[in-house]
Design a protein around this ligand. Structure first.
Ligand code: SDX
Length: 431
């Protein structure tokens, strides 16, 4: 059977029909091109949360929510998780192809030599309370980077766009670690160029002047894997935020700061922190059933954090990988975390419960990740910061793609107006 090339809309009351082309990508469902809808029909579309709306064309990541498939530039996440590294994945997302050995070497050299932050940036930390949430500090610090790069904010210049992307991938870990150390009153640690990306970050986080840092090898491997799995996820809320801010011509530091702000929400990247707090609140495997019942009660306002997904109506492929890694990391580190049993019991109960089955609610990327971060002594408040470090690779890749998109225009959705009709002003004396 031939493929439909267009969709015809009929307005029977007005006796009008209009035809709209169907657009197809390499993979995925066709999309109706409604750019001409208002002009041809006088109508707009209504789609709160953009559940059924494609905002752009993109070649970076593909998700099949029904099959639980996730591809970065066509490569299955399971293969990248097994065989790649976060920095190589960052290159792949930005450039579109896996690097040769020499290409990776020069990319790594570029990133390594942009990891330091301007000394004056440390003064910003002094303005925060010590108990400030690190996501608040990170958002402010990243947004302020634009104040240090006046000479390279010409976004018409591809070299300056690329430099900004490299600077962000390189500096976000440095700034993230600085926020953490400020919050616990430790002196700042500079990035060490002789270490690779993830180990360098772990040293900036945990090295103390009094002695060398002894890290179990599984720590860097586990964090590198988590960074790969969190690096990109097509048009999620924070990436869409980066693109919306980017569509105004704002600089990439402002775009990524906006992405960090969006990621912080508990419905999005903030869920990993919320999952751990939920598991601690449930406390014991025998209290799991009560939590599942509460999550099914609409009046409770309680949801199982780390469950459900706008796109995945199957097991999040990242969650499956993290689940396996959680058992390995805790075993390798000899950590016996009772919350792991609570998490497994919760997953088992929900996956058998009709409420969750009917709504296709499965564990997502955030469900198990916090147990690994906790085993690596990363504090709960830093969990979403971990997510932000990794997703910076995806955010800058989408921003770069958008800058070269001939169809890109300033984002400006419409609305259904439900306010008062036209009325005359009433002077105060008459009110
Ligand atoms: C991330 O988009 C991305 O790709 C995001 C992300 C990425 O990599 O960028 O994958 C990262 O954000 C993962 C999601 C992390 N958030 C959480 O774990 C928070 C808990 N999950 C939910 O809040 C929710 O599932 C969302 C926000 C993730 C998805 O919400 P949707 O698609 O808008 O679904 P919905 O709110 O319309 O829910 C559909 C139904 C509703 O019930 P009914 O009205 O049909 O009766 O499912 C229910 C919801 O009440 N539901 C849940 C639930 N999630 C949805 N009920 C209990 N517990 C939950 N977790």
């Amino acid at each position: 059977m031939s493929e439909s090339q267009s969709l015809t809309l009929t307005d029977s009351a007005a006796g009008k029909t209009a035809e709209f082309p169907l657009l197809r990508g390499t993979l995925g469902a066709p999309c109706v091109d409604i750019t001409r809808l208002p002009k041809e029909t006088g109508y707009f579309t209504y789609d709160p949360g953009f559940v059924a709306t494609a905002s752009c064309r993109s070649a970076i990541t593909y998700i099949d929510g029904d099959q639980g498939v996730l591809l970065y530039r066509g490569y299955p996440i399971e293969q990248l998780a097994k065989q790649s590294s976060f920095l190589e994945v960052a290159y792949l997302l930005m450039q579109g192809e896996l690097p040769s050995a020499s290409e990776f070497k020069s990319f790594e050299h570029e990133v390594t030599h942009h990891t330091m932050m301007h000394e004056a940036l440390k003064n910003f930390l002094g303005g925060f309370r010590h108990d400030a949430h690190p996501m608040a500090m990170l958002c402010g610090m990243i947004g302020s980077l634009a104040a240090f790069y006046h000479d390279s904010l010409d976004m018409e210049d591809p070299a300056q766009r690329r430099l900004a992307a490299i600077r962000l991938i390189a500096k976000v870990p440095t700034i993230a670690a600085a926020c953490y150390r400020y919050s616990i009153g430790w002196p700042n640690r500079y990035p060490r160029n002789n270490l690779e990306y993830v180990n360098r970050f772990l040293h900036m986080m945990f090295e103390v002047p009094s002695g060398p840092l002894e890290l179990p090898p599984v720590a860097a491997k586990a964090l590198d894997l988590l960074f790969i799995l969190h690096a990109d996820h097509e048009q999620n809320a924070s990436t869409s935020t980066v693109r919306l801010v980017g569509s105004t011509g704002a600089n990439p530091y402002a775009c990524v700061a906006a992405g960090i702000a969006a990621l912080w929400g508990p419905a999005h990247g903030g869920a990993n922190e919320a999952v751990l707090k939920m598991l601690e609140e449930i406390g014991r495997p025998e209290d799991v059933a009560k939590a599942v019942e509460k999550a099914k009660d609409k009046n409770s306002g309680f949801r199982l954090m780390g469950f459900g997904h706008r796109v995945y109506k199957n097991y999040d492929p990242r969650a499956a990988i993290i689940r396996e890694m959680t058992h390995k990391v805790l075993a390798d580190l000899g950590v016996n975390d009772p919350l792991l049993e609570v998490a497994m019991k919760l997953e088992e109960a929900a996956l058998k419960d009709e409420y969750f089955v009917a709504r296709k609610l499965y564990p997502n990327v955030d469900f198990y990740s916090g147990l690994i971060y906790k085993a690596l002594n990363i504090p709960t408040e830093m969990f979403t910061v971990m997510f932000a470090i990794a997703r910076t690779a995806g955010w800058v890749s989408h921003w770069l793609e958008q800058q070269n998109d001939p169809e890109a225009k300033i984002g400006r959705p419409r609305q259904i107006y439900t306010g008062a009709g036209v009325r005359d002003y009433v002077p105060l004396s008459s009110r």
